[in-house]
Design a protein around this ligand. Structure first.
Ligand code: HEC
Length: 185
């Protein structure tokens, strides 16, 4: 992502959050925290793109270990370090733990309708605590198709390991899913 796009995303995300906060008359995380969330999620997305582009040939368990596993591990590290709740969610998920909740589904539909909608903040609650939740779109790139392309061409380890897999049949540019970050007040 270019610097300008990143700045615009941050600005946009901030504007939406201010709008929601003003509307509901509630507090929101300080701007440094919002900036940190947006920046870390951009880095996480860029990390996967870089990793996905870095291999050639038939993806296997080891390739997966180099593409999506480090992304999940880094998300966990960020969550623990900052006290955030981070998830990757998708309508057509591979791992059933990544099912969209109702709130995320609403945002997913908005992002599906508007390909220019990169990210947004909402005021909400999670596990009984009030806070702010950030969503960032995850789009399909050419390198993702090795594992998220046609059903028949999925690597064997995916066919074997994910009997309830729905994360195939994507085209470049499709909305693959969302990053979700919840920050408690
Ligand atoms: C080497 C195979 C492989 C490649 C390449 C790959 N993925 Fe995945 N992806 C997987 C597997 C396997 C999972 C399930 C991980 C798990 O069990 O949590 C997954 C999960 C995901 C998820 C979490 C939601 C879900 O469906 O469980 C997202 C989002 C995602 N991938 C996006 C991408 C994007 C975007 C790219 C390209 C930049 C990409 N993937 C490239 C194999 C791959």
């Amino acid at each position: 992502m270019s610097k300008t796009t990143a700045v615009l995303t941050t600005f946009f995300a901030g504007t939406v959050a201010v709008g929601f906060a003003a509307y509901r008359g509630v507090q929101r995380p300080g701007e440094p925290v919002m900036g940190d969330v947006v920046r870390e999620i951009e880095a996480l997305g860029a990390m996967r793109s870089g990793l996905a582009e870095s291999f050639t040939g038939e993806p296997d368990k080891e390739t997966f270990g180099r593409v999506c596993m480090p992304v999940g591990a880094e998300a966990k590290r960020l969550a623990t370090e900052n006290g955030w709740k981070i998830a990757q969610l998708a309508e057509r998920y591979r791992n059933p733990e990544h099912k969209l909740d109702y709130e995320a589904l609403r945002v997913f539909k908005m992002m599906e309708d508007d390909t220019g909608l990169m990210g947004l903040w909402i005021r909400t609650e999670m596990d009984g605590a009030a806070g702010s939740r950030y969503f960032r779109r995850i789009d399909v790139e050419p390198a993702c198709l090795a594992c998220h392309g046609s059903k028949a061409n999925r690597p064997q380890f995916v066919k074997d390991g994910y009997p309830d897999d729905r994360a195939y049949g994507f085209d470049v540019g499709d909305l693959r899913g969302l990053f979700s970050v919840f920050v408690t007040d």
